[in-house]
Design a protein around this ligand. Structure first.
Ligand code: PBG
Length: 325
């Protein structure tokens, strides 16, 4: 019998002991804050299902980036809402596309903030799928070249890192080869390696206007029932040259984060997605939970499970709390 010799409460009796033996600490350096960029001037539009998250025009970005730096958020993830959409998602790889403009603006005026770009076609295609359609299916191999063009255009604009979220097979290798051939061998790839066909993306699709106009994404994103398949996806991406592997969503998939953390030595990112954020905000707005505390506990848990990097809409608010003196 170990009790009463061992009493776990001894090291919980006050804040000094608790801080001394704390196993996991969150830091705002781990956060990546997603932003949605729209055409126009002076646009600051709140997304109704994601309180606190804005769609911004390019001219509003410098102010936003400076606010982020002030509270301790050092990295942004950009999503674009283009002026117009077409079947091939050409806005994604246009030299003067919305994200390319945003990256140039940020890197010229706030160079100290890290700019990561989402590489995908779904916000730019009129059908809302993440690749081009051939015979009513999302065609893998003809999409690869367009994704690589997108990543290259982001790197040329000055992106610090690219993050492919499309889930086409072989896209990491394609992006790596294209970046390397064009003197961007220093630009890392954060691959959405383990991205599930999740219903938690609902609010994002409103925010980014990227819902599929027919069918769903089950033919390319992973089945939420599968855990072992995550190893194959992650191993492939690592083999193809991914620098960071991502699991998405985060909270409903903490088991996957934990397993990948045990198996791989590449840094692991987790995307705390729109639906996961919106649920906390909605419950808090009803007075049912303390929103800030639940958000912090959620991010801490994602980190404890094994994520080194957390992409979250709560980044600014949580950084403000973490860095308060
Ligand atoms: C685009 C993309 C999506 C998200 C990030 N990139 C939507 C989707 O795959 O349908 C979701 C992010 C979120 O819900 O916060 N492929």
């Amino acid at each position: 019998m170990i009790f009463p010799d061992y009493r776990p409460r001894r090291l919980r009796q006050n804040g000094l002991f608790r801080a001394m033996v704390r196993e996991t600490r969150l830091s705002s350096s781990q956060f990546i804050y997603p932003l949605f960029i729209k055409p126009g001037k002076g646009v600051r539009e709140e997304i109704s299902s994601m309180p606190g998250v804005l769609r911004l025009s390019v001219d509003q970005l410098v102010r936003e980036a400076n606010e982020c730096l002030e509270v301790g958020v050092k990295s942004l993830l950009l999503f674009g809402l283009p002026e117009s959409k077409d079947a091939a998602g050409s806005g994604a790889y246009a030299k003067n596309g919305i994200v390319q403009q945003a990256v140039r603006e940020l890197k010229s005026k706030v160079p100290e903030i890290m700019v990561v770009t989402d590489v995908c076609l779904c916000e730019y295609t009129d059908h809302g799928h993440c690749g081009v359609i051939v015979n009513k299916e999302v065609d893998n191999d003809s999409t690869l070249e367009l994704l690589a063009k997108t990543a290259l255009s982001h790197a040329e604009a000055g992106a610090d890192m690219v993050a492919p979220s499309d889930m086409m097979d072989g896209r990491v290798a394609e992006l790596r080869a294209t970046l390397d051939e064009n003197d961007f061998s220093h630009v890392p790839i954060m691959a959405y390696s383990v991205k599930y066909a999740s219903s938690f993306y609902g609010p994002f699709r409103e925010a980014a206007d990227g819902a599929p106009q027919f069918g769903d994404r089950c033919g390319y994103q992973m089945d939420p029932a599968n855990a072992r398949e995550a190893f194959r996806e992650a191993a492939m991406d690592v083999e193809e040259g991914a620098d960071i592997i991502m699991v998405k969503p985060a909270v409903a998939y903490l088991d996957i984060i934990s397993k990948l953390h045990a198996e791989f030595d590449h840094p692991i990112a987790a995307y705390h997605v729109s639906g996961e954020y919106a649920m906390i905000k909605a419950a808090a707005a009803n007075g049912w939970i303390d929103g800030d505390r639940v958000m912090m506990e959620t991010l801490l848990s994602i980190h404890r499970a094994g994520a080194d990097i957390i992409i979250t809409y709560g980044a600014k608010d949580m950084a403000r709390i973490l860095n308060k003196r």
